[in-house]
Design a protein around this ligand. Structure first.
Ligand code: NAP
Length: 311
């Protein structure tokens, strides 16, 4: 069997073009949705993520602000900034790029964000909405996974879903979203026993663990849909030889680029055994920023849409 590849870039393009129409309508009513991205410290990966988020805002014609602060910024200073952004009329979405420096009380900062502007969906109010089935802002990566499943016509009602990973950012919200769509959901984690046997029962298997190629053929039920959320960077030929059955092409990529991106699923095994799977790169990854844009537009519609309609 050769699995169907669920193309995240194609789905991202669809979502972005639908969003452009909504943004035009909002602008015609005098509202330009705005996102403020807060970056603390000089983590290179965070800098790239924030740059890409701001660039995407610009390409859609959204208002965006990038606030860069030194790693020495205190919790109090961040709370003050969040308070200002909460009251800033042009800002519909506040994004606190994680991780914050260890000296900062991350939870206090996330909880200070006005839930109506919490476009990362990490405020306990929005998490509570998700748990109780109320409309709220949903974390971007899980929301992106749901878009992939929906737009690829993967049957969810009654399906057995196993989500490996229980983080607040990915695993837990995704499990709740799958449950909302009537899947029978099991959440697995590092203490789960007989993980491969459990995973093998899944019609929909999600790997969100941060362990390169951990999910191998013995985890995959033939024909299952496999969603690989993991993003891992391989930098040595030794790792590549250990992981891939046929390492020739990945080794060429390593030589050309100096690193290779790999998910939590062994890609050759997924291609062989799954019915459909998301590749890395080009699967779940492209959806995360797209869903951040969707959340920013939704936040603007909810907060300012009623008033815009009256203009
Ligand atoms: P995280 O906070 O580190 O959580 C990892 C989860 O995986 C934990 O619940 C952990 O269990 C579980 N886990 C780790 N090793 C395991 C094992 N051997 N067996 C079973 N469960 C195991 O990570 P995260 O933020 O959820 O991210 C997960 C992955 O997704 C990472 O690779 C990250 O880079 C990627 N990611 C991608 C995107 C995207 O846009 N595509 C966005 C966010 C994250 P315990 O709770 O028991 O420790």
């Amino acid at each position: 069997m050769t699995a169907r590849i669920l193309d995240g870039n194609k789905i991202r393009t669809e979502i972005m073009s639908e969003l452009e129409a909504e943004i035009r309508a909002l602008k015609a009513a005098g509202v330009t949705p705005g996102l403020a991205a807060v970056l603390v410290g000089d983590n290179p990966a965070s800098q790239i993520y924030v740059r890409n988020k701001v660039k995407t805002c610009q390409s859609l014609g959204l208002h965006s602000e990038k606030i860069e602060l030194p790693a020495s910024t205190t919790t109090q200073e961040l709370l003050k900034l969040v308070d200002q952004l909460n009251r800033h009329e042009e800002v519909d979405g506040i994004l606190i790029q994680l991780p914050l420096p260890p000296s900062v009380d991350t939870q206090a900062v996330l909880e200070a964000v006005n839930p109506a502007k919490d476009v990362d969906g990490l405020h306990p109010f929005n998490m509570g909405c998700l748990l109780s089935g109320r409309a709220g802002l949903v974390p971007c990566t899980p929301a992106g996974v749901m878009e992939i499943l929906r737009r690829s016509q993967i049957e969810l009602a009654g399906a057995q879903a196993v989500v490996i990973g229980r983080s607040n950012l990915v695993g837990k919200p995704l499990a709740l979203l799958l449950l909302r769509e009537h899947a029978t959901v099991t959440i697995a984690h590092s203490k789960t026993r007989q993980l491969a046997a459990l995973a093998r029962q899944a019609n929909i298997l999600v790997a969100a663990m941060g362990r390169p190629a951990w999910v191998t053929a013995e985890f995959i039920k033939p024909g299952a849909t496999v969603i690989d959320v993991g993003i891992n960077r391989l930098t040595t030929a030794e790792e590549i030889r250990r992981i891939y059955h046929d390492p020739a092409e990945p080794l060429q990529q390593l030589e050309a680029k100096g690193a290779l991106l790999l998910g939590d699923v062994q890609p050759e095994d997924a291609r062989e055994k799954a019915g459909a799977f998301t590749p890395v790169p080009g699967g779940v990854g492209p959806l995360t920023i797209a869903m951040l844009m969707v959340n920013t537009v939704r936040a603007a519609q909810r907060r300012r849409g009623a008033r815009a309609a009256r203009l």
